[in-house]
Structure formats: structure tokens, C-alpha cells
Design a protein around this ligand. Structure first.
Ligand SMILES: Cc1cc2nc3c(=O)[nH]c(=O)nc-3n(C[C@H](O)[C@H](O)[C@H](O)COP(=O)(O)OP(=O)(O)OC[C@H]3O[C@@H](n4cnc5c(N)ncnc54)[C@H](O)[C@@H]3O)c2cc1C
Length: 393
């Protein structure tokens, strides 16, 4: 008797979520996987440049690093990553500072920061090393048809593929999610983020800073070679003004906002802007299809949780459908989606209300914010709970 071979699982979107998911599915026993990406993803001789693998850096939690270790990719990531040993959280012109430290949490490091292009390079190298993963790029879907046991999709290049499980990983504006008839709710915060790399006059000693300013939160994430990755958020008109400034003027504005004990900043690199529109898909699992990553939930980047939350989703999805003979079965997909509800709700809500809470100027709120930070610093148990959740443990 010949064994019935299953059509490949099809992932649309070869960004951080799609690329990692292809590897995790294979690691958890899936047969063939096809990955469709709109931008060129040539066999990487050098780091790629796509909307996902761009000039940003990502703070990877200890949990995410563990997942990359499991795939045998942790060492390559760490080659060009800086460890986070301490996180300082503070509020401009107020008392109350909290520190989360790796030693206190009993872990070797709280996380690590890697430039997205290096992360992309490591993921793509692993994708191309697996013969069971087919990368189709640049390509996008030009048609989707529901079959009894899956989907038939047509690609822009003319190929037709059938799949028992179609996975939408094509970002916040996901066309695949639309093809599947799944609506999404957008919340425009009216704020944008500027990202840039900063050169420092002294080593950062593995300290990351999260600072709540009247304009919005700002984060400094340690990078190799005595640099910080800056994520600076503010109202759109304010960001417009910052972007129009020359480097010297912008650095003066920035220095006024940084914590006094942060190492001095000597130069700022190229700046890029990201609108902070938070997206939430109204469903994540339908028969023979799942929505993941930014296509499922796009979070405020304040606490560096978006990708880390997605990694926990992807691990759960891969371990549920990877070994399954019927990966597109609704009950299997619903089991996955139900299992992820609580973590997703908690992290999405926290990354929504934390910046809001810190923005309110009334004295009562100002006082409770301060108390919150002081309490976090005094009560190690409370801080530890926060730290362990942020680390994805
Ligand atoms: C400024 C900033 C800083 C951040 N910092 C952190 C951090 O420190 N830690 C953290 O955990 N998270 C962070 N995040 C969140 C993180 O970037 C996202 O979680 C991550 O990008 C999600 O990846 P994704 O693959 O789902 O989506 P995307 O990165 O949006 O990738 C989507 C991919 O799909 C492709 N695509 C789009 N349309 C199509 C189509 N029709 N057909 C085929 N392919 C298509 C795109 O080209 C792209 O490659 C940050 C986000 C921002 C904006």
C-alpha cells in the first residue's frame, strides 16, 4: 500500500512570524511546508532587507531565546546580539524607579537584543537548508478557493497550490486574512515610533531602559559594539518635528529625556518611523486556516512584547498541528486558539493600558503611577511576576 502524501502546509508571509513558523512546524513533525513572501528572499549571502527584516532591532525574551536554542539557532543569534542583564523602568521628573535583574530572577540573562536583519539572515539560512521547505518569493496570492479539505490558492506567477492548512502571516494589513473573510479591528493610537541606533561614549553594561515621558514611552535596548537601539514614541505631529530636525538638535532633545545614569549618547544613526496602529483579528482559527503574528495582533512596541508573544503562539501552533495527520481540522485549530487566549489577552491589554496610564497628567494618576513603580521596586515578588511574564517563562 502506498502512503498518502499530504499537500504542504502553506504559510503566506515570510517575515519574522512566517519564517520562524516554517522551521517550528518542521521541528514538530510537519511534512512539507511552502512559504510565500511578497519581497525577494534570495538564498542569504548577506542579511535580507524586507518590511519585517529591516532596520529595527528586537528584544528577544529568555523564552524566545529558548525556542531558538531548541531549533539550534540560538548560538548564531547570540553571535550578533547583546544580552539584557538589567531593565530600568522610570518616569520622567518623578520618583520611582524599578529594576529587574537577571541575577534576582535566577536566569543567566533577561533576554537579548538582535538587529532584525541578522535575525532574518539566521532564519532564512535555516529555511533554505531544509529541503522540505519551499520558498516562493517574490510572490503573492492572486486567488483563494475553499475546497472540502483545505484551500486552493493561485499565486501571482500563475502556480496553483492546494493545502490542508493555510496560514496568514502577512502582517497587520493581511490580504490573506481578508481572503479568508476574517475582519480585524484597528486602533490608531495617534502616536508613531521613531527607531534609530545610538552610539555611546561608554559601555551599556547590558542595561535596557524603559522611560515613560509625557509625550509617550521611550526604550533603549543594548546592542553589540557599544550601541543602543532607540524606540521613541510620541504624538504624530511631535514625531514629524523630531524627524525634521538635524542630528545635533535631535540629540539635544533626546538627551533631555534620557535617564541621568544612562551612558552618554555621541551619535544617532538613520531614523525610521512606524505608525502605532494596533490591530486585532476578530478570529484566529477557521476551518483549514489560521492567522498569526501581526496579522492576528499588532501591539504597542513599548515593552518589546509583540514578537515574543507571537513566538509563544507559534510554538503552541506548531506543536499542535505539526504532528497531526489532519492539521486543518477545526477542532485542532480551535484547541490551539483557545490555549492562547489568556496570554494574548493579558499581553495585549497590558501593552495598551501601560502607555495610556503613564500619559494621563492628573495628580491622582501621577501619584498612583509613582506608587506603582515604587511598589514594584520594594516588592520583589511583584516585580518578579512582571519579569517572568515579560521573559516569556
Ligand atoms: C518599532 C517596533 C519595535 C518593535 N520591537 C519589538 C521588540 O523589541 N520585541 C518584540 O517582541 N517585538 C517587537 N516589535 C514587534 C515585532 O516587530 C512584530 O511582532 C513582528 O514584526 C511580527 O512579525 P510578522 O511576521 O507577523 O509581521 P511583519 O513583520 O509585518 O511581516 C509580514 C511579512 O509578510 C509579507 N507580506 C505582506 N503582504 C504579503 C502578501 N500579500 N503576500 C506575501 N507576503 C506578504 C511582508 O513582506 C513581510 O515579510 C516591534 C515593532 C515595532 C513596530
Amino acid at each position: 500500500m502506498t502512503e498518502q502524501r499530504q499537500d504542504p502546509i502553506l504559510i503566506v508571509g515570510g517575515g519574522m512570524a512566517g519564517a520562524l513558523l516554517a522551521l517550528l512546524l518542521r521541528h514538530h513533525g510537519a511534512g512539507a511546508v511552502t512559504l510565500v513572501e511578497a519581497h525577494p528572499l534570495t538564498l542569504p549571502d548577506s542579511p535580507p532587507l524586507t518590511p519585517s527584516f529591516d532596520a529595527r532591532s528586537t528584544a528577544l525574551s529568555a523564552g524566545t531565546l529558548g525556542v531558538l536554542d531548541e531549533l539550534g539557532l540560538g548560538a548564531a543569534i547570540r553571535e550578533h546580539a547583546a544580552a539584557i542583564d538589567t531593565v530600568h523602568v522610570s518616569r520622567q521628573s518623578r520618583l520611582g524607579l524599578t529594576r529587574m535583574q537577571a541575577v534576582e530572577e535566577g536566569v543567566p540573562q533577561l533576554g537579548a537584543v538582535v538587529e532584525n536583519r541578522w535575525l532574518g539572515f539566521v532564519l532564512l539560512r535555516a529555511l533554505y537548508a531544509d529541503d522540505a521547505i519551499t520558498v516562493k518569493a517574490p510572490e503573492h496570492l492572486s486567488g483563494v478557493r475553499r475546497l472540502e479539505a483545505g484551500y486552493q490558492v493561485t499565486l501571482s506567477g500563475g502556480d496553483t497550490l492546494t493545502t490542508p492548512l493555510l496560514i496568514a502571516a502577512d502582517g497587520a494589513r493581511s490580504r490573506t486574512r481578508e481572503w479568508l473573510g476574517i475582519s480585524a479591528r484597528d486602533t490608531d493610537t495617534g502616536h508613531d515610533a521613531i527607531i534609530a541606533n545610538l552610539s555611546l561614549a561608554a559601555p551599556h553594561q547590558g542595561v535596557a531602559y524603559e522611560r515613560f515621558l509625557n509625550d509617550g514611552p521611550l526604550a533603549l535596548l543594548p546592542l553589540p559594539d557599544q550601541r543602543y537601539a532607540l524606540v521613541w514614541t510620541g504624538p504624530r505631529e511631535q514625531v514629524e518635528q523630531w524627524l525634521a530636525m538635524d542630528d545635533a538638535t535631535l540629540l539635544t532633545q533626546l538627551r533631555e529625556r534620557l535617564p541621568a545614569d544612562a551612558p552618554p549618547v555621541t551619535a544617532i544613526g538613520e531614523r525610521q518611523r512606524y505608525p502605532l496602529v494596533l490591530t486585532h483579528a476578530c478570529a484566529q482559527a477557521v476551518p483549514h486556516a489560521v492567522v498569526v503574528g501581526n496579522a492576528a495582533h499588532t501591539l504597542h512596541p513599548v515593552a518589546g512584547q509583540g514578537f515574543n508573544l507571537t513566538v509563544r503562539d507559534l510554538l503552541a501552533l506548531a506543536s499542535t498541528v505539526g504532528p497531526s495527520a489532519t492539521p486543518g481540522k477545526l477542532s485542532v485549530l480551535q484547541q490551539y486558539a483557545r490555549g492562547r487566549e489568556q496570554d494574548q489577552a493579558l499581553i495585549s491589554q497590558a501593552s495598551r493600558w501601560v502607555p495610556e496610564l503613564f500619559r494621563v497628567q492628573q495628580p491622582l494618576f501621577a501619584h498612583s503611577r509613582q506608587l506603582g513603580l515604587v511598589a514594584l521596586d520594594i516588592l520583589p515578588g511583584l516585580r518578579s511576576g512582571f519579569a517572568r511574564r515579560a521573559m516569556g517563562l
